[in-house]
Structure formats: C-alpha cells, structure tokens
Design a protein around this ligand. Structure first.
Ligand code: SAM
Length: 188
C-alpha cells in the first residue's frame, strides 16, 4: 500500500471502523468460534474482531504489516497472524466458522483474483458459515488516494452473481453513500 494508507493505522480510522463500519457491516452476525480475517492491514479491524471472537486467524499478504501485527499480538494466544495470500489459502476445506473481509478487496488487482479470493474463502468455510465483507464505493477521490498503488473497487451490483459462482448462498448486499456491505453463507 502507498504512504497515504498509513492513516489506516491511526486513531481516526480505528474509531470509524469500530463505531461505524463494523457495526454496519456485521449487524448481528455470529461469526462463530474460529474466524478467518483476510487483509488485516494495520489491524484496525483485527483489534475489534479479536475482542469479539474466541479464535481469530488473520491472513495478510504484506510481509511488513504481517510482521508488525505478529508483534502486536504476540501475547494474545487466541489471535494468529499469517503472512499469506487470501487468493490461495493453505487451510483445509470447511475449517472456519466465519470469515471477515473489510476494506481490502479494492487492493486485489483483478476481478479474476477477487473471485479466486471469494472461492478460497468459501472453500475454507464450514457449510452455512457466514462471510461478512465491506468496502468503499469506487470514486475519483479514492482513485487519487491510491496513486502508485492498486485500486480495483468492487461494483456491489456484481456481488450476488460473483459470490454465487464462488460457492455462497443467501447473498445479502447493502449499499450506503460511502460503501457496500455483504453477508453471505457458504453453500452446503
Ligand atoms: C486497506 S487495508 C485494510 C485493512 C483493514 N481490514 C481495515 O479495514 O482497516 C487492505 C489490506 O489487504 C491486504 N491484502 C491485499 N491483497 C491481499 C491478499 N490477496 N491476501 C491477503 N491480504 C491482502 C493489503 O496488503 C492491505 O494490508
């Protein structure tokens, strides 16, 4: 990520995540006892999830960010930080009770890779387990914020078909003026 993303580690973004984005995206979803997060970044979402679920595995592709989070959670046995690529997960089928994917899909460079990520998450979820995801809507302002960085925003209207093709059912997409959220369940 470019330098402009360092504010994603700051108090203001953490407060927005904690008080606005996660409550809106999660609603009353029970993620269960063994939760996968993809794309934790600077850890704003990880900090909230780690207090809410019994066991959290967060997969981050950026080596430095993964190392930073590994240090931060070194004394928290219920949280495992993994340096890995969510388009190619190393976990067994049906492992996780729920999955979370916040503000990260626009960093996945192609639609094909985003769809591969969805399919991988579906594969490692137990049948019926929820995926909760959200991201910002595409805009010129956000495109400018991603100068020299990947910017591939998801069109929320594409999500029902794409998530169904990836192995999800009960796809529920919501959109507000800032972003989209989706809750879906891994197919049986
Ligand atoms: C903007 S940050 C979002 C961080 C956090 N979820 C939040 O909402 O504050 C997106 C993160 O996704 C990570 N990422 C991008 N592609 C990924 C992939 N294929 N697998 C795992 N992480 C990925 C990036 O390295 C970045 O740290």
């Amino acid at each position: 990520m470019n330098k402009a993303h360092e504010k994603c580690g700051g108090d203001e973004w953490r407060q927005v995540i904690r008080e606005v984005i996660l409550p809106w995206a999660l609603r009353d979803t029970d993620l269960g006892d063994d939760v996968l997060e993809v794309g934790p970044g600077y850890g704003a979402t990880t900090d909230v999830l780690s207090r809410a679920v019994p066991r959290l595995t967060s997969v981050e592709i950026d080596e430095e960010l993964a190392a930073m989070l590994t240090d931060r959670y070194a004394d928290v046995p219920s949280v495992e930080i993994v340096n890995g690529d969510a388009t190619s997960l190393s976990y067994a089928d049906d492992r996780f009770s729920g999955a979370a994917c916040f503000t990260m899909l626009h960093h996945v460079p192609t639609i094909a890779l985003q769809d591969q990520l969805f399919a991988e998450v579906a594969r490692v979820l137990r049948p019926g387990a929820p995926l909760v995801a959200s991201d910002s809507l595409g805009s010129e302002e956000l495109k400018a914020h991603h100068e020299d960085d990947t910017y591939n925003p998801v069109d929320p209207a594409s999500l029902p078909d794409r998530l169904a093709a990836a192995g999800f059912v009960d796809v529920n997409v919501r959109v507000n003026e800032f972003g989209w959220g989706v809750i879906a369940r891994a197919a049986d």
